[in-house]
Design a protein around this ligand. Structure first.
Ligand code: GCB
Length: 680
């Protein structure tokens, strides 16, 4: 008996040993596989020109109130299995009204919808006129759905797309009923996992009633979801202008502009009479006067020469910033037949950079701006024109000349606004806190940049691509991964420098060498040495200097700041008070002024433009409060200080004129007190 027990125990031990070696072996294989990442080709996007009406195109908005259904978190694919898209959603489940565009999270009073993880469904009906059936195509285009979308028209699958904050479209000519009512159904999934951009984790956690699904992520902004931007139907002719790519430059004295254009056509006429197609390009100035007229050959490419050019200048760098021409592209077929017309705003500017400087139209740029978020109460990340215009008014009021689209691409409408107002944009893809590098992630990360560059390459306001925010750049594989990402970005656009906002200590970073401009984020006086305003200036100078020493590249401070509760006043200053925010800024200003003398320090960006919503945590009281404006876009005290700094910089660096109300009158002491703008 004794022996039998011992034998059984031995057998169990052997099995356990065998099993554990198998598990370890599998782990090693998995780990090794994860380490091997290769630079594969990724699928590239097509078309996606912003929908505009013209003599050959019609645009119709599908924005409005849609019907909405939330799936069970524990049964996210039920709607697919039960084919909810085959009929009105109201036939499958009780529906609620949901505005489009908007995040769905804060529209109701329901906590479970706010924190929902997984799929939700939208549908609505719309008419398509009979006239649209004739000899043309119809396209369906979404400005963005976060994070993944599946779309059906009249029960037929139309398109799917993964990646928030970026547009997607498909032809729906064959799916529509003309002169009749149609139904569009959208399923949207907000789940973030280790291979999505950005990454997140889903886990099951016990709660008082059983088990619940939790979405976690390391970035702090709230993972708002839904149909975030406008939905359009638009028509094009059968043979139409599918892509327009332009590149501009200026002669040395900025008097002559050059626009390289490249037009791609989609359509039957291309195949039928390939050599017969050509484009006629006309350029109009702001007054609507035609300044150039050119005709391409069948390659549909060429260069326009613009004499007496009016360059595109950033706000406060020139008395007439944001000058835009209108480029009119006419596609002609055989016998000069006019097939299609598309119009595009064009700014004439040239960018150049070296290891010590970054220039626009031959003049060095000093960035003064913000990291921002697309965020507001009720709408979340939903496009809101009133908010967008207010934000630009505040950006101009405060004298900023730039912002970073932290931490994802912003709406196309806001990019057009930035063009028109001369605000420079560092355009960031949706990769935040990138870590656990793997092949799938790399492919999607590259795809996010491809989609971003494809969408934004023609905007004069876009002066730099940001390939990530706070990637874990000391981790294993970070080096190879970001070399691939940076090289890929450059292969798509050589006309703009590449940056990333890094928070890894400079000594541990492995990625800065692949960038053209090194941006760093650091919270001296806040996350390190909280409350110590005497431990900021030297640390900022030292860190910026070490980045420059290590990589020999221009350096930007892309984030600094302190959470500040509006209305909390404490003297002497104390963390969270308005006084403290101003002091933290002021200590940074001293560092920036010391750094500005070294030409390689090219910009300062406050974190953040406005307060914004975060996931629930004990470090956030009602969200991230580092805004210099409140979430409802009213200034905190530090906004007045920042305004004086940004305009003073504008005056010193770019000789801009100052607003009369920059300083408040105090006392006439023969000019010894700075109480009006002319005292600066
Ligand atoms: C950072 C992140 C930003 C956060 C910020 C903060 O470094 O880039 O997304 O919101 O810190 O306030 O913690």
């Amino acid at each position: 008996m004794h022996l039998r027990i011992r034998l059984t125990c031995r057998k169990v031990e052997i099995w356990a040993l065998w099993l554990s070696s198998l598990v370890i072996g599998l782990y090693i294989i998995k780990f090794t596989l994860a380490l091997i990442i290769v630079n594969k080709d990724v699928k590239t996007s097509r078309g996606m020109l912003y929908p505009r009406e013209s003599e050959t195109r019609e645009v119709r908005s599908l924005d409005g109130i849609w019907n909405f259904v939330c799936s069970d978190e524990r049964n996210p694919t039920q709607g697919i299995r039960d084919k909810w898209y085959e009929d009105d959603l109201s036939k499958s489940r009780p529906i609620i009204p949901m505005p489009v565009p908007a995040s769905y999270n804060d529209i109701t009073t329901d906590r479970s919808l706010r924190d929902h993880v997984g799929t939700v469904w939208y549908d609505r009906k719309f008419f398509v006129p009979r006239s649209w059936a004739k000899d043309q195509r119809v396209w369906l285009r979404f400005g963005s759905v976060h994070y993944e979308a599946f779309v059906w028209i009249n029960g037929e699958q139309a398109v799917s797309h993964e990646m928030g904050h970026l547009p997607f479209e498909t032809e729906v000519t064959h799916l529509l009923s003309y002169g009749a009512e149609n139904r569009i159904t959208v399923m949207c999934d907000n789940a973030l996992i280790q291979t999505t951009v950005p990454q997140g984790k889903i886990s099951e956690v016990a709660n008082d009633g059983g088990v619940t699904i939790i979405q976690s992520y390391t970035f702090d902004f709230f993972n708002y979801a839904g149909i975030h931007r406008s939905v359009h139907l638009y028509t094009t002719p059968k043979t139409f202008i599918e892509e327009v790519q332009i590149n501009t430059k200026l002669s040395d004295n900025n008097s002559v502009g050059y626009i390289d254009y490249n037009v791609a056509v989609n359509g039957t006429a291309t195949n039928e009479a390939e050599n017969a197609l050509f484009v006629r390009i006309k350029l109009f100035n702001r007054e609507g006067v035609q300044v150039v007229n050119a005709t391409s050959d069948s390659s549909l490419t060429g260069t326009l020469k613009v004499s007496n050019a009016v360059p595109w200048w950033p706000y406060l760098m020139h008395s007439d910033p944001g000058y835009l021409y209108e480029l009119q592209i006419q596609l002609h077929g055989a016998k000069e037949e006019l097939l299609d017309v598309y119009r595009l705003s064009v700014g004439l500017r040239s960018l150049s950079w070296s290891n010590t400087t970054f220039q626009i139209n031959g003049k060095p740029i000093y960035f003064r701006g913000f990291g921002r978020h697309e965020d507001s109460d009720v709408r979340g990340k939903g496009l809101d024109n009133a908010l967008m215009v207010r934000d630009f008014n505040l950006i101009k009021w405060i004298g900023a000349n730039a912002y970073r689209t932290s931490h994802y691409p912003y709406s196309e409408e806001s990019m057009q606004f930035a063009d028109r107002h001369g605000i420079m944009v560092i355009d960031e893809c949706p990769s935040g806190d990138t870590q656990n590098y793997n092949q799938l992630l790399l492919d999607k990360h590259k795809s996010s940049l491809e989609q971003l560059i494809h969408r934004d390459r023609n905007h004069p306001s876009v002066v730099m691509w940001s390939i990530a925010n706070e990637p874990r750049t000391s981790q294993l594989n970070a080096d190879t991964y970001f070399q691939f990402v940076a090289d890929y970005t450059r292969s798509l656009d050589k006309s703009r420098p590449v940056t990333a906002a890094i928070a890894t200590p400079c000594s541990e970073d492995k990625v800065g060498r692949y960038l053209d401009v090194v941006s760093f984020n650091r919270y001296n006086g806040w996350y390190s040495n909280a409350g110590r305003t005497d431990m900021i200036t030297k640390r900022v100078i030292d860190e910026a200097t070490s980045w420059n020493k290590k990589y020999g590249k221009p350096v930007i401070m892309a984030e600094y700041g302190a959470d500040t509760l509006e209305g909390l006043h404490l003297q002497p200053s104390f963390v969270f008070s308005e006084e403290f925010q101003s002091e933290v800024y002021s200590q940074h200003f001293k560092a920036f002024d010391a750094l500005r003398r070294k030409k390689w320090f090219i910009g300062e960006f406050v974190w953040n433009f406005a307060d914004f919503k975060t996931a629930q945590s004990y470090t956030r009281v009602g969200g991230n409060k580092k805004g210099i404006f409140t979430r409802s876009r009213q200034p905190k005290s530090a906004a007045y200080l920042l305004r004086q700094r940004y305009f003073a910089l504008g005056r010193e660096v770019d000789q801009c004129s100052l607003p009369e109300d920059l300083f408040t009158y105090i006392l006439d002491m023969g000019g010894s007190i700075k109480n009006k703008s002319s005292d600066l």
